[in-house]
Design a protein around this ligand. Structure first.
Ligand SMILES: NC(=O)c1ccc[n+]([C@@H]2O[C@H](COP(=O)([O-])OP(=O)(O)OC[C@H]3O[C@@H](n4cnc5c(N)ncnc54)[C@H](O)[C@@H]3O)[C@@H](O)[C@H]2O)c1
Length: 364
């Protein structure tokens, strides 16, 4: 039985739920973030849709004419981050029966699986949490996808599956040798996807994101433990922190600090929507290439906010590669993906707009 909830569009039982899944129009052409993409509308089941990337992807899916069911246990996400046009089921992937019933009742044709734990440092102290949630609980979803004959499975993987890359920029065919349990858990799920395709015919797209950043007008980044650099810098601007730490200033990079590849979450969302096209499958990096150093990110934040940002230089953190940048040509060629926010300042500007209007994040 699906759980009761006061949220609009969330049923008290499976019977009512079935009645609420309206038929979709035959075909639509739609704009998402200014781009025209042709895709037949689908019932899309989004795990982790109350989280940072999921919230904006749900918003863009709905803008594109899809019907969306969000499944999230709110362990990290926020109820207010779920677009009110989506149906919401508060549930955990650990509940195999609930996952199965929710998927069946939502008449899901596609699954986008964001739900996971995603803090690298935490995975180094509590690997069990990562293998359990990201692998074992994820398996409940995969089995339900097969049972419900879901047509497409889109998975949030990560550049952390590559570990210390052998060469740059990182192409999808480089060896995947994760150096932490988080990356390992994502790689394990990638492997499960391959077996499920071979054995059950489950069509999938796996996206290896680089550093997700930015915000839409309505939804932005609010993690309980914030490990990402841009929100941490903006918290300094907002007076919530005294300074930002720079871990390592002696890397073999032009200014001595680490270089990372930042990708706007609206561009990530666009790739997910393009991945729904039948027949599109495989693993794709999602990044802008090039990359920006930690000092360049701080400078971009200073420029956008007009504030000087205090920094404290610290020693290198173990396991931080000097440079991680994506080659994302495959996503461009195969999916027709074309990011709208390649410039860091534009990404930071959207993040700042959201953080300055939501200085303490979501209320819950
Ligand atoms: N943020 C990044 O830069 C980045 C980079 C690479 C990959 N990723 C991947 O993208 C995905 C989304 O990342 P994010 O930054 O939005 O994370 P997030 O923590 O903001 O969102 C994850 C969501 O999943 C939910 N969730 C977790 N475990 C669940 C469970 N067992 N059942 C139901 N819901 C559950 C949480 O409540 C949260 O709402 C993750 O899979 C992450 O590994 C993120």
């Amino acid at each position: 039985m699906l759980p009761k909830s006061g949220s609009a569009g969330k049923p008290g039982n499976a019977h009512i739920w079935k009645a609420m899944v309206a038929p979709l129009p035959q075909t639509i052409h739609f704009h998402t973030s200014g781009r025209l993409i042709k895709v037949a509308p689908m019932n899309v089941f989004v795990t982790g849709g109350a989280g940072y990337i999921g919230s904006v992807c749900v918003e863009e899916l709905l803008n594109a004419g899809h019907q969306v069911t969000v499944f999230d246990n709110l362990s990290e996400g926020h109820r207010a981050a779920v677009d009110p046009r989506a149906r919401f089921i508060e549930g955990c992937l650990s509940d195999r029966a609930l996952v199965q019933e929710s998927l069946a009742c939502s008449k899901a044709e596609a699954i986008i699986h964001f739900a996971a734990n995603a803090i690298v440092s935490e995975s180094m102290t509590n690997p069990s949490k990562y293998f359990r949630n990201n692998v074992a609980f994820g398996l409940n979803l995969l089995d339900a996808a097969v049972e419900c004959r879901v047509r497409k499975f889109v998975f949030s993987s990560t550049c952390a599956t590559y570990g210390m890359p052998e060469r740059l920029p990182i192409t999808e065919d480089l060896p995947q040798q994760p150096i932490n349990p988080y990356g390992e858990s994502k790689l394990m799920f990638e492997k499960m996807l391959k077996w499920y395709r071979q054995i059950h015919g489950l069509e999938f797209v796996g996206f290896r994101y680089f550093n997700a950043a930015g915000a839409s007008a309505r939804f932005g980044e609010h993690h309980k433990i914030e490990s990402h650099i841009i929100p941490n810098i903006l918290q300094v601007v907002l007076g919530q922190k005294t300074h930002v730490d720079i871990f390592g200033t002696d890397y073999p990079t032009p200014d001595g600090t680490c270089i990372r590849d930042y990708i706007h979450i609206i561009d990530l969302a666009a790739a997910h929507i393009q991945a729904l096209v039948p027949g599109k499958q495989g693993f794709f990096n999602l990044g802008n290439g090039g990359g920006y150093s930690v000092r360049q990110v701080i400078q971009a934040c200073e420029k956008v906010t007009g504030k000087k940002i205090a920094t404290v230089e610290k020693p290198r953190r173990p396991g931080d590669p000097p440079r991680l940048v994506a080659a994302a040509q495959q996503a461009r060629n195969v999916l027709g993906w074309n990011p709208s926010y390649p410039k860091l300042e534009d990404i930071v500007a959207t993040a700042w707009k959201w953080h300055s209007t939501h200085p303490t994040g979501y209320a819950d």
